[in-house]
Ligand binder design. Structure first.
Ligand code: NI
Length: 259
């Protein structure tokens, strides 16, 4: 009889209406809203995927490494991009926007994680964080952290400020949320120039330790990927996630633009 006590108590708590309803999430997953201490929930979720991101470890002190990064998704072309990256055995880092994750109908977020890519926080609504109040910055970061954690079981450790716009307040809030600020040193300007050959050419100019900025919400960028992979492979580069590029977890709050 005693064994029934705990589940019964949980059912009563879940049914009493004290928990904030989350209609959007309820259909997609069967986990009830957390009624436990959030810290213990985070530990449990981390334990579900202890070796994330997966894949062979590369020593970027010895190898010529570049980190491909894709922002603003997941979007309409993310599934196609994931297929290309999987086929070529390449891993990248995706800086996702919370609203896009919420609207993602193709389970791309889970697939990004399952394929061994790294995830980073790119705010909830692609807001310019420096223009927000401190509580506004906190909301943009935390709301995205929480949604990604509920869907993918991952607490992200990287973020990229939209428009690369950051200051001391943004730095303080990212540090508080446990997020390193990842900028870039190769800008493909793929949002402006929707021409695959131009995007591939700009990415191809990366140096060892570069972080390359692209956007997986543009079909032309995804079309550029096979070519830029070939160019960089030919030059002897290994593709790594941002955390792999540094060989250790980047420090929360700090800004990074290259290795
Ligand atoms: Ni962006």
């Amino acid at each position: 009889m005693r064994a029934w006590g705990v589940p019964l108590a949980l059912l009563l708590v879940a049914g009493c209406g004290a928990v904030r309803p989350q209609p959007m999430m309820m259909a997609a997953e069967f986990r009830p809203p957390p009624v436990v201490d959030p810290n213990s929930m985070a530990r449990k979720l981390t334990a579900m995927q202890p070796d994330w991101p997966r894949g062979p470890r590369v020593d970027c002190k010895k190898s010529k490494c570049v980190a491909l990064t894709f922002d603003d998704g997941p979007g309409d072309y993310t599934t196609k991009l994931l297929g290309i990256l999987r086929e070529r055995g390449v891993r990248a880092t995706f800086f996702v926007v919370g609203e896009m994750v919420a609207a993602d109908k193709h389970h791309n977020l889970r697939r990004i994680v399952d394929d061994g890519h790294e995830l980073g926080n790119h705010s909830w609504s692609h807001a310019q964080l420096t223009a927000l109040s401190t509580s506004g910055i906190r909301y943009q970061l935390k709301h995205t952290q929480d949604l990604v954690e509920r869907i993918a079981g991952i607490r992200m450790t990287l973020m990229r400020p939209p428009y690369g716009s950051t200051d001391k307040r943004v730095a303080a809030e990212t540090k508080r949320e446990g997020l390193a600020q990842i900028l870039w040193n190769v800008d493909t300007l793929d949002w402006r120039d929707r021409v695959p050959s131009i995007v591939a050419k700009r990415a191809g100019k990366a140096k060892a330790g570069s972080i390359i900025l692209m956007h997986d919400i543009h079909g032309t960028t995804v079309e550029a990927v096979p070519r830029l992979l070939s160019t960089l492979e030919h030059k002897g580069y290994t593709f790594v996630t941002v955390s792999e590029l540094y060989g250790k977890p980047p420090a929360p709050g700090r800004e990074y633009t290259e290795r």
